[in-house]
Design a protein around this ligand. Sequence first.
Ligand code: SAH
Ligand code: SF4
Length: 398
Amino acid sequence: MTDESPSAPITQDVVTIPRNLPAGGKVNLVGLTREGLHDALIAAGTPERQAKMRVGQIWQWIYHWGVRDFAAMTNLAKDYRAMLAERFEIALPEIVTRQVSADGTRKYLLRIAGGHEVETVYIPEENRGTLCISSQVGCTLTCSFCHTGTQKLVRNLTAAEIVGQVMLARDDLGEWPEPGAPKDETRLVSNVVLMGMGEPLYNFENVRDAMKVVMDGEGLTISRRRITLSTSGVVPEIARTAEEIGCLLAVSFHATTDDVRDKLVPINKRWNIETLLAALRDYPRLSNSERITFEYVMLKGVNDSDEDARRLVRLIRGIPAKINLIPFNEWPGAPYQRSDWERIEAFADIVYKAGYASPIRTPRGEDIMAACGQLKSATERARKSRAEIAAEAGLSGP
Ligand code: SAH
Ligand code: SF4
């Protein structure tokens, strides 16, 4: 178990696997940035003067058309296609199961190298659709209300595995364009949120490279304003996120005193509320984005009083913000309960009257355990006990 004393670093127990080098020895092109793809083609003998053009062509096949077979890349010479097929592959995680909720939400269980499993959730809405993707198998952090937090971290996802989640969703939704078909402006996967399993800022480089691929205007084309990265508060990486990714930021705030936040989001012992807020104040300017989303999970009798609501608006004064209230999604053995609906509304009202949008997030896909914080692959057996969860939360155990 992690040493949770205030001065102890919250470390990552991460197994790193070589990037884009699967067991078969072929280099996976998925998830390489344009520069990475350029270097890979040169290393395979592509003449310098042709490399830029080849990058553009291959990029379009993979990310615009969704092609997986080099033989189908008809604007490349036959022997060049054969060379590509020999040295490279276009490989995605494997879909193990797909569950569809009564409300249309889809949850995918994916198998990745090493036999590990992660989950991805697609949430259809009117005129748009949001894909909730994972960045790690499990999580090193141990937020006491989060199901993923009960699963020990197994490893960081590679950039290929992160981009692969978006590509697989497009496969399943049949969203790759047909040659010659009229352009359809309504996108099924129009938004991406890094709110699945894992702490994205503890896998910074892979998340950044994956988002570069996802944002690129000649492929998956999901703009940085339609990507939201959610962090529990890894302060040193926040400015870097603004500068190197530039997407929208959400922060798992969840409490208005350090005492309570230490218990709910233990990373608070390392970077407390004041330190976190200082980093957040700079984010909109650095990333040229409008506002930050403060996520706030509503836990009965823990963080949901009128006083909490008033303290929250005092704390964030001056930060352009939206407060997203998340009714707690229960999971077997969870040490908390969801706040009553009237309580959530009263809390929302105080925040709203202080001048902040305060939407209450409608739980989606609850019947298939696809809602926020419920993701945890059933096959990862390294499950903490109820007593361990309660002890880490500083609660008297059940
Ligand atoms: N690790 C990142 C992103 C993944 S969690 C983070 O913590 O921000 C996405 C959001 O769901 C976070 O705000 C998280 O705190 C919240 N969450 C986790 N478990 C939850 C639960 N059981 N019910 C409601 N929200 C939960
Ligand atoms: Fe990890 Fe986020 Fe869950 Fe905390 S809320 S345990 S950071 S996935």
